[in-house]
Design a protein around this ligand. Structure first.
Ligand code: ADP
Ligand code: MG
Length: 362
């Protein structure tokens, strides 16, 4: 089921004097392809949950439309939309067993859709198998680990075979290892069921690792939509460049003068672009150790990470306290010197207009 958002806007009225309306979702228009897993990504407060709640029907938009396939669901209540919802706090019924929790959404089916107890239990078992909790059916939620509780919540959301599955920061309450494992599980379950899934997270690595497409948001406005690798390789603006990637991209105050791109007084590339001040951003893997390199930095530390080395250094034009360059462990860094020089890989360097922060070609 494809999901189409058309000029979707949600304003929350001002509370108290001096505060204006909050535009939590500002004129969203995009299409989520059938059977895809889309990651909605952005910092806290950027409007991710509001977007999800508009799609689920828990909130009504101020303007715009939501379509599931050709079906305009904008004025339908949540229970008529065919959505499955999973939240950060699993919100299971504590007094019910896992089985009872999973069949709960099936119990209020009416008319020709009504199921017998045996039919409900069979469906619950099928779904429980899919999320691998079929051996826990008689337990209560407080007898389960966080990861298991979240699987029950996912099973409950899936048991009615929703047209769209909506997950709001579903992994945030899990510890690091379970988070990794559960996100792979979600990917597998999504691929096995083929249910169009929208996954909300503020964690760029999480979104990048499992999404077919990511939607990067800031202040209620969509910044960029694309395949994770494409967005990483071709960020449209400084915000997107900075939001994706660990260690983060290093941003420098730079300028273009007479066909050359400068950081401080070091010319790093030739360029056809017009003169002016710019931001120059370099991915950590874009630094190449080189004795005669174009960029000089002060060496602070060398961190060995096994396969790679992280060279921590500073440059007075860098907008952050430290630069982290990731280089292969086969390199030897001369730690007796307090200066380190790099050449830069051109496809790992992005230039942004200083005023608009939009990417410019160089
Ligand atoms: P996210 O999920 O990305 O952290 P939200 O969608 O929850 O962000 O919130 C987006 C913005 O809308 C925030 O500024 C938040 O304070 C505001 N907001 C969310 N819900 C309400 C509400 N019911 N009333 C007023 N403002 C709200
Ligand atoms: Mg949220």
């Amino acid at each position: 089921m494809k999901v189409v958002l058309k000029n979707l806007t949600k304003k929350f009225p001002a509370r108290g004097k001096g505060s204006g309306d909050v535009i939590a979702v500002n004129n969203f228009s995009f299409e989520i392809p059938d059977k895809s897993l889309v990651g909605l990504l952005g910092p806290s407060g950027c409007g991710k949950s509001t977007t999800l709640n508009l799609i689920s029907g828990l909130l009504r938009p101020t303007e715009g439309n939501i379509l599931f396939g050709e079906d305009d669901v904008t004025s339908l209540p949540p229970e008529k939309r065919g959505v499955g919802l999973v939240f950060q706090n699993y919100a299971l019924y504590p007094h019910l067993t896992v089985m009872q929790n999973i069949i709960f959404p099936l119990q209020n089916l009416k008319g020709k859709n009504k199921l017998s107890k045996a039919e409900m239990e069979m469906k619950a078992y099928e779904i429980a198998k899919l999320v691998q909790i079929e051996s826990l059916m008689e337990r209560k939620p407080n007898e389960l680990s966080g990861g298991q509780q979240q699987r029950v919540a996912i099973a409950r959301a899936l048991v009615k075979m929703p047209r769209v599955l909506l997950l709001d920061e579903p992994l945030s309450n899990l510890d690091a290892r379970l988070r990794l494992q559960t996100r792979e599980e979600i990917k597998r379950i999504q691929q096995e069921t083929g249910i169009t899934t929208i996954f909300v997270t503020h964690d760029q690595e999480e979104a990048m690792s499992i999404s077919d497409l990511i939607v990067v948001m800031k202040d209620g406005i969509v910044q960029q939509i694309g395949k994770p690798q494409e967005v990483y390789d071709e960020p449209k603006n400084l915000f997107v460049a900075k939001f994706l990637g660990t260690p983060p991209i290093s941003v420098f105050d730079g300028y273009i003068n007479s066909g050359r791109l400068f950081i401080g007084d070091e010319a790093i590339f030739d360029t056809d672009s017009k003169d002016g001040e710019v931001y120059i951003a370099v991915r950590p893997e874009g630094f190449v150790l080189s004795e005669k390199g174009v960029l000089s930095c002060k060496l602070k530390a060398v961190e060995v990470m096994g396969r790679d080395i992280s060279v921590v250094c500073t440059n007075e034009k860098c907008t952050a306290n430290a630069i982290r360059a990731i280089i292969s462990a086969e390199n030897r860094v001369d730690t007796s010197s307090d200066t380190v020089r790099f050449d830069l890989k051109k496809n790992k360097v992005f230039v942004f207009d200083k005023n608009t922060e939009e990417r410019i070609a160089f």
